[in-house]
Design a protein around this ligand. Structure first.
Ligand code: PRP
Length: 217
C-alpha cells in the first residue's frame, strides 16, 4: 500500500505539526534532515509534502495529497472542497481589523479603503456589517498600507500584536479566532477510510488537551 500523503504548510505550522507527528510515534528523521527536499518519508505509512498554505488546499482539493495541515485563515480565504476534520489546537492567532492608533475608523460616511492579504475574508466581514468598502489586495506586510496612506485600515492575522504595536497600529475589532486544521480529500476519506481514521484518531487524542486548554477555535 502506498503511503498516505500529507501536505504541510511550510513555516509557522511546520514545527508544531512535526512535533505532533513525533508524539504519535512517527519517525520524522527525514524532515529534520530535509535540506531542500520537498517530499519526505515519515516511516513507511506517511509522506510529508512541504508547501505554501494556499497550495496545501490546492493539493488536497485535487487529491494529489490525501491530507493537509493548514491555518483556518487560509481555509476561510480559499474555499473548502474538502473535509475539515480536526482543530489541531496550535497556530493560534486571530483575524482582526486594525487601523492607526487613535484613528476614528467608524465615524463619517465616505467609503473606507481596506488593505489585506485576505480579500474574501475582508469582504464577507464588511458585508456582515452592511458596510461598503474598497478592498486592496496586498501580498505581505499589510501593515505598510495604512502607514503609506494607501488604506484606512487592514484586515490581517494578529498573533502577539507586536507588528501592529511597533508600527503604530491598533486592533479596532476582533473578527474571529484562527488555529491549524487537519483537512482531508473527500475521495481519500472514502477510499482509505481505515488508515485515515486511525491517523485522525491518534492526532485527535494527542491534541485533545491542547484544544480544551485553549478553547475550541
Ligand atoms: C503575519 C501577519 C502580521 C504578523 C502578525 O505576517 O500578516 O504581519 O504575522 O504577527 P504578530 O501579531 O505576532 O506580530 P507573517 O509573519 O506571516 O508575514 P507576511 O506579512 O510577510 O505574510
Amino acid at each position: 500500500m502506498k503511503p498516505l500523503r500529507m501536505a504541510l504548510t511550510k513555516g509557522r505550522l511546520e514545527k508544531d505539526t512535526v512535533a505532533l507527528l513525533e508524539r504519535i510515534g512517527c519517525d520524522c528523521q527525514a524532515v529534520h534532515n530535509k535540506g531542500r527536499r520537498l517530499i519526505l518519508p515519515v516511516g513507511d505509512s506517511l509522506e510529508l509534502v512541504l508547501a505554501k498554505a494556499a497550495d496545501v488546499i490546492t493539493y488536497v482539493e485535487h487529491g494529489v495529497c490525501d491530507l493537509g495541515v493548514v491555518g483556518k485563515d487560509t481555509i476561510m480565504e480559499n474555499g473548502s472542497s474538502f473535509y475539515e476534520v480536526l482543530d489541531l489546537g496550535f497556530g493560534r492567532c486571530r483575524f482582526a481589523l486594525a487601523a492607526p492608533a487613535g484613528a476614528d475608523f467608524w465615524s463619517g460616511y465616505s467609503a473606507r479603503t481596506i488593505a489585506t492579504k485576505y480579500p474574501n475574508v475582508a469582504r464577507s466581514y464588511f458585508e456582515s456589517k452592511g458596510m461598503d468598502v474598497r478592498i486592496i489586495k496586498i501580498e505581505g506586510s499589510v501593515e505598510l498600507a495604512p502607514l503609506l496612506g494607501l488604506s484606512d485600515a487592514i484586515v490581517d492575522i494578529v498573533e502577539t500584536g507586536t507588528t501592529l504595536k511597533e508600527n503604530g497600529l491598533a486592533v479596532i475589532s476582533e473578527i474571529c479566532p484562527i488555529s491549524a486544521r487537519l483537512i482531508v480529500n473527500t475521495a481519500s476519506l472514502k477510499l482509505r477510510k481505515r488508515e485515515i481514521e486511525a491517523l485522525v484518531e491518534q492526532m485527535e487524542r494527542e491534541t485533545a488537551g491542547k484544544r480544551e486548554a485553549g478553547g475550541n477555535a
